[in-house]
Structures are given as C-alpha cells and as structure tokens.
Design a protein around this ligand. Structure first.
Ligand SMILES: Cc1cc2nc3c(=O)[nH]c(=O)nc-3n(C[C@H](O)[C@H](O)[C@H](O)COP(=O)(O)OP(=O)(O)OC[C@H]3O[C@@H](n4cnc5c(N)ncnc54)[C@H](O)[C@@H]3O)c2cc1C
Length: 436
C-alpha cells in the first residue's frame, strides 16, 4: 500500500483535536506549595483533582505536555466496564469474595461514568450505543457465549445477547465475522471533549493546571514532598501519580518502582475521510462501538458526528510511528469492509497505553505517594472512576480504598520499563489469531 491512502492534507494528530484542541500553553506559573500535587492531567489526574479541589484542598495538576496530551485525548472513545477478566475468571484467580469485589469495580465504573457525565452536564457526545464484539473465527463464537452469558450475581449482571452469523447484517454490513455478541450498555463519547469538560470542572473547583511542566524528581521533605519540575520546585503535602502508560517515559529515573510494573504499549488509530451517509449507516447501522475476538486487538466505530470511521488497534510487531502503522490499520479495516479500499485516511495518531503483568489496573500508596494506573488499554471509565477514588483516598475517605489494592502489583525479574518481550508476544498472538 502506498501513501495514496492518505488525504493530501492528512494530519498525524488525533482527529478528536479538531473539535477539541489541546489548550494553548497558558504560561501558568507553578506555585511554591500545594496541598495536593497531581502528576499527569489525563482522566485519572483530573478526576482526582475535581475530588480534592471540591473538598477545599489547594490542588495543582502538572503535565509534561499540554493538558490531556496523553491517552485521554487520543483514545477510541469506547466506554465499557473495561476489566480484562470476566467475573468467573476473577473468582478462579482470587476466590469468590475478592473476585466478586473486583468484578463489581468494572460494573460500577461503567454505571458511574454515565451518571457523572450526565449529572455534570459534560458536553462530550456521550451516547449509549452498545457494543458489537465480533467472532473472527467459528471457534471463538461459542467461546463468547460461554465466557459472557454464564450466571453471575444479579447486581453485576450486564445484559448481553448473541448474534448468530445469519443475523450479522443487523449489526454490520460484513461477511468477516462468524457472528458475535452485543453488550447494549456500552457507550461512546468524544474523548478530547470529555477531557476538556473535566478540565473545566477541575479549574472551576479551584484546581490549578500547569502544562509543559515535567516532573523530574520527587523527594521526601518533612511530612510531605518536594516535587522538582522543569518550572521549579513545589512543596506538596500529598502527591498523586497519574501517568499510566507514560510513567517514566521522559524521565526514567522518576518512579522506578512503578516503571518496573507498567508495560507501555503503543496503540494506533486512523480516521477516514467523511463517508457518504448511506454508506456509513449501512456499514454500521446501529452506530455501536465495535471490537472482535482477535488477540491483536482492533476497535472501531463511527465518529461522534456519524461521518467517519475511527479504526484503531495494535498492528505493528514493534513500536512504530502513527503514519507508518496507518497502512496496516487501513488493511485491517478493509478486511472487515472491503468496499473501503479506496477510502482515504485524514488523520493518524498513536498513544501509549499502560499494561500490567496481571492485566488489571492498580491503585494505592507506595512510599507515601498515591497512584492509579495500568488500565490495560481500556481506561475511559476506569481511569475516571479510579481517579475519583484516589482523590477520595487522599481526603481520607473510606471509599478511596478499593479491592484492587489487595492484589500484588507485579513485576518481572530484569524488567525496567522497556518491554523486550513485546515483539515475540505479538508475533505469537498473530500466529494464534490465524489458527483460531
Ligand atoms: C490510541 C488509544 C486508544 C484507546 N482507546 C480506548 C478506548 O476506546 N476505550 C477505553 O476505555 N480506553 C482506551 N484507551 C486507554 C485510555 O485512553 C487510557 O487508559 C486513559 O486515558 C488513561 O488515562 P490517564 O489519565 O491515566 O493517563 P494519560 O491520559 O495517558 O495521562 C498521563 C499524562 O501523564 C503525563 N506525564 C507523564 N510523565 C510525566 C512527568 N514526568 N511529568 C509531568 N507529566 C507527566 C503525560 O504527558 C500524560 O499527559 C486508549 C488509549 C490509546 C492510546
């Protein structure tokens, strides 16, 4: 595939920024001290800030880049319970009590974010569209039912129904899938608009957001901390680390304990040029968010205005640039919708999601520093929900202490934040997808 798949004015930046540009450099000055300093201005950091600032704590959020520059303005805008493990898998791993408590977190995060966005009136095109999760092979169709339709406790039951191949056209105009499953309660939103909405709530509550202010060191000082940044030093009573997939990326010496526990993995996305209304509504008649059973994840949807397809996934064996990954994403999109072969790409971009060794997010306190991170590629609801919780934890509220804190935040011998094992793992997943 040549560069001809790109529009002449193709941009290597998130399509979402067109309607919700990153705030211009505000030249904000770093105060000398604060009650709470939050590192990272994505969904985790801002939801924590809303909580602490509303409780009257002088809160300062710093980010090495523009506000929300990380995953929180780059993602696919698909909103789900987000935990990688099902209720039954969690019970097998952690026993009936803790397994249930963790499963409930995913469910609670999904319910909470809808109520939060609507309750606060955040203008972010939040839509309860449901998810179609396709079976890429006949063998994975049965597995979908076994995994998702087993009995679970009533209070965490999430409605779902199977769609056999004979009814696939009701969900999508493709022959690619062998049927699939629908989760009617999953949602979509415009991620960068959601981020700007959070920014407005945080600043209205009194939080200061200082962008282009990279943290280079955190030292214990008296009962609190001295946080060294490129804009000076700030004394903090409490510190929250909300850097997820970017943990230690620019400053490897910062937070080495966390860096050894987070696996940064590039996720790549393209947006197509606007499609004719008839075509996009025929390809995805229910405007759902979509994904499938391949281990090499793909996720796609109509954009918030229903004009373009936004198609993302992990397509490269090793890390790549957004425009280099774009032809492979285009190929994947055409595998599902062959008629898009001549459709051009208007935007391509990428971001680093934070994975963990047990595929679960982690939050808690290490050496007096609060953290929440590792949403494993699906953090719209979880980062928001746990951001709020970590803010509550700083305030000393019991709701801030979560069941996931009982799970060990694992690392591996010789792992220092550079995932050398990514390439062989991805090659294996590709091989497995081909054999399913
Ligand atoms: C391409 C892509 C698609 C995705 N699609 C989905 C999806 O459809 N649904 C879903 O649920 N999730 C999705 N995700 C994941 C989701 O976006 C993230 O889990 C979530 O946004 C994480 O939020 P966060 O606030 O923890 O981290 P981020 O938003 O990544 O913010 C971390 C911030 O920390 C800052 N930082 C790092 N180091 C420092 C430092 N030393 N000093 C100061 N600042 C620092 C960074 O600049 C960055 O802005 C996707 C992610 C990507 C990249």
């Amino acid at each position: 595939m040549t560069n001809s798949i790109f529009l002449p004015d193709h941009k290597e930046q998130p399509f979402w920024w067109e309607g919700a540009p990153r705030p211009a450099d505000d030249n904000a000055v770093l105060p000398a001290s604060a009650d709470v300093v939050i590192i990272g201005s994505g969904y985790t950091g801002l939801n924590a800030a809303i909580e602490t600032a509303r409780a009257g704590r002088h809160t300062v959020v710093v980010d090495a880049e523009a506000a929300g520059w990380g995953c929180s303005s780059r993602n696919g805008g698909q909103v789900s319970p987000s935990l990688k493990w099902s209720y039954h898998e969690l019970v097998d791993k952690f026993g009936p009590e803790l397994g249930y408590e963790i499963a409930r977190e995913g469910d609670a995060a999904l319910k909470w974010i809808g109520a939060f966005v609507e309750g606060e009136g955040i203008d972010c095109d939040f839509q309860r569209v449901g998810r179609f999760h396709g079976a890429h092979a006949a063998s994975t169709y049965e597995g979908l039912a076994t995994r998702n339709l087993k009995e679970v406790p009533d209070d965490i039951k999430l409605e779902a129904h199977m769609v056999p191949k004979s009814e696939l056209r009701s969900e999508m105009d493709t022959d690619y899938y062998h049927g699939g499953i629908v989760f009617p309660h999953h949602c979509s939103l415009q991620p960068a608009k959601y981020h700007l909405g959070l920014l407005e709530l945080a600043t209205k509550a009194g939080a200061e957001v200082v962008s282009h202010c990279k943290v280079e060191g955190i030292n214990k000082e008296g009962a609190g901390f001295a946080v060294n940044t490129t804009k000076g030093v700030i004394a903090a009573k409490e510190v929250i680390v909300a850097t997820s997939g970017y943990t230690g990326r620019t400053t490897p010496s910062l937070m080495p304990w966390h860096r050894r526990r987070i696996i940064p993995i590039g996720s790549y996305i393209i947006a197509t040029e606007p499609l004719p209304e008839e075509q996009i509504n025929r390809l995805m008649p229910k405007n759902r968010v979509n994904s499938d059973t391949r281990k090499m994840v793909v996720y796609y949807r109509q954009c918030h205005e229903g004009k373009r397809i936004v198609f993302g996934g992990r397509v490269a064996i090793s890390e790549s640039s957004a425009s280099k990954a774009a032809p492979d994403l285009h190929k994947e999109m055409c595998r599902i919708f062959p008629e898009l072969a001549n459709t051009k790409i208007s935007h391509s971009w990428m971001g680093f999601v934070g994975y963990t060794f047990n595929s679960l997010p982690h939050l808690g306190v290490k050496d007096g520093i609060h953290y929440s991170m590792g949403y494993c590629g699906s953090g719209v609801s979880l980062a928001s929900y746990f951001g709020k919780r970590i803010g509550q934890r700083v305030l000393g509220k019991k709701e801030g202490i979560r069941p996931l804190e009982k799970i060990k935040f694992e690392t591996r011998p010789f792992y220092n934040g550079k995932p050398w094992f990514l390439e062989p793992s991805i090659a294996y997943f590709r091989w497995k997808d081909g054999r399913a």
